[in-house]
Design a binder for this molecule. Structure first.
Ligand code: IMP
Length: 431
């Protein structure tokens, strides 16, 4: 059955965008199943660099239909800005190429304000895109679904009522100024008038496409360790980036999924708060993060925040591979490790004198864990752009082999540089 899932198996920013871009070349449909415009990656199109936040990466492939699924949350104003940016690069974004599920939930001005207010009181380091408050309203059954944009006037009334409700919370609980209710309603009504042509029943659309044998790429945002259930709660996002999110976030049956590609970096990064067992400070952190001079250095694509960096954590990786049923790994940024005399990989945790081989579900335990490293020899050769397995130094190959073994999944794709073609498909470096 023809669904390929692509998801992150660390804390996000694994370089999923470029892998999706490569896989989208073979897909008829690319569908986002979770999250909102908290995600972000840049794609170079000719002379322009376009930042995608919510629009699926298939938009850059003329034959792809792109779906924003019911499991996502949509900020209509920001989505229109994103569409405008894509169009400015000469790419067509018509309703024939992009569909928004009528059941996706809308991120409202009140959600953004509440996210900011909570963060100001000492939050978890969110992207402040209103994600948590929007999903909270969805679960509380007081959210507004995208389908409501069909009628911009009625939609404006809903936005007005929501903003008034949030204003009471902002002023009483957070001691913050109220939002301008009329401005919020007007801007959302205008956005609705532009977006309503994109609304669709995407569950039925996907069913028909799958029945017709079309190939669907389900594109995950964020990653396994940021999953609301399986991540490092409460330092997580509010959606389900893991495999279950594909079924609930698109309305497709599990039997339709034939391939699950887990994307991992050759080291680890994380933005925002929360435990990070292999985190590095000092010289080595600077070395892995980069200076920020290059677009591929480790700074958040949505917020510009410097990412926390550390060695590859194989305990966390093994856990993410298992819960997602990853059938193959894509390992990115191998070139960043070139020139290091030794490379550490965390193979277990030490917790209160005990050795843990399994990723603990309790965040307090994870916070108290220390890494147990296996040290592998590095390589001095510059491998940027190397596109053949046997052209890699033996130590680089041994590193990839060891990662596959520790993770419990074969590595099928390896990226060795930031450019679109600096990657190689492998027969499968076996675990
Ligand atoms: P939120 O999704 O904005 O609510 O943020 C919750 C947590 O997820 C924070 O630690 C964010 O830094 C993190 N996060 C959200 N989106 C991304 C992403 O696309 N990449 C990496 N981290 C993310």
């Amino acid at each position: 059955m023809p669904i390929t899932v692509l998801l992150g198996v660390q804390w996000g920013d694994e370089g999923k965008g470029r892998i999706t871009d490569a896989l989208a070349a073979e897909a008829d449909i690319v569908a986002r199943y979770n999250g909102g415009d908290n995600a972000g990656h840049s794609i170079t199109v000719g002379q322009s660099v376009v930042r995608l936040h919510l629009v699926p990466s298939g938009i850059f492939h003329a034959r792809c239909l792109n779906i924003i699924g019911n499991g996502t949350v949509v900020n209509p104003v920001n989505l229109l800005k994103e569409i405008a940016e894509i169009r400015a690069a000469g790419i067509e974004v018509s309703p024939a190429r992009l569909r928004i599920s009528r059941a996706a939930h809308v991120i409202l001005p009140g959600h953004l304000a509440l996210d900011a207010a909570r963060e100001a009181q000492g939050g978890i380091g969110t992207t402040q895109r209103g994600i948590g408050p929007a999903y909270s309203d969805k679960a509380a059954r007081v959210g507004i679904r995208a389908g409501a944009m069909d009628d911009p006037e009625a939609f404006a009334a809903m936005v007005r009522a929501h903003t008034e409700r949030v204003n009471r919370v902002l002023t009483h609980e957070f001691d913050r100024p109220p939002l301008d209710v009329e401005a919020a309603a007007a801007s959302y009504a205008e956005a609705a008038a532009q977006l309503r042509a994109y609304l669709d029943d995407t569950t039925h659309l996907l069913r028909e496409a799958l029945r017709a044998g079309k190939h669907v790429l389900a594109e995950g945002a964020q990653a396994a360790l940021l999953d609301l259930d399986h991540g490092t709660y409460p330092f997580v996002t509010a959606s389900s980036p893991t495999i279950g999110g594909v079924m609930t976030g698109l309305g497709v049956p599990p039997q339709a999924i034939s391939r699950v590609v887990g994307v991992a970096k050759a080291f680890t990064t994380r933005v925002g708060g929360g435990p990070f067992v292999t985190e590095l400070q000092g010289e080595m952190a600077l070395r892995l993060r980069g200076t920020g001079a290059n677009p591929w250095d480790e700074y958040g694509a949505t917020t510009g925040r410097p990412r926390r960096v550390g060695w590859l954590d194989a305990v966390a990786l093994r856990y993410a591979v298992w819960i997602n049923g990853v059938t193959e790994l894509a390992l990115t940024k191998l070139d960043v490790l070139s020139g290091l005399p030794e490379i550490n990989v965390c193979v277990a945790y030490r917790y209160k004198g005990r050795v843990l081989e399994d990723f603990p579900q309790d965040t307090a335990i994870l916070k108290a864990c220390e890494p147990i490293y296996e040290t592998l020899p590095g390589w001095s050769e510059d491998i940027r752009g190397v596109r053949a397995w046997h052209a890699l130094p033996a130590n680089a190959r041994a590193f990839v082999q060891r990662v596959a073994q520790l993770a419990g999944a074969p590595v099928r794709l390896l990226s060795t540089g930031p450019a679109r073609d600096q990657m190689m498909w492998l027969e499968g470096v076996q675990s």
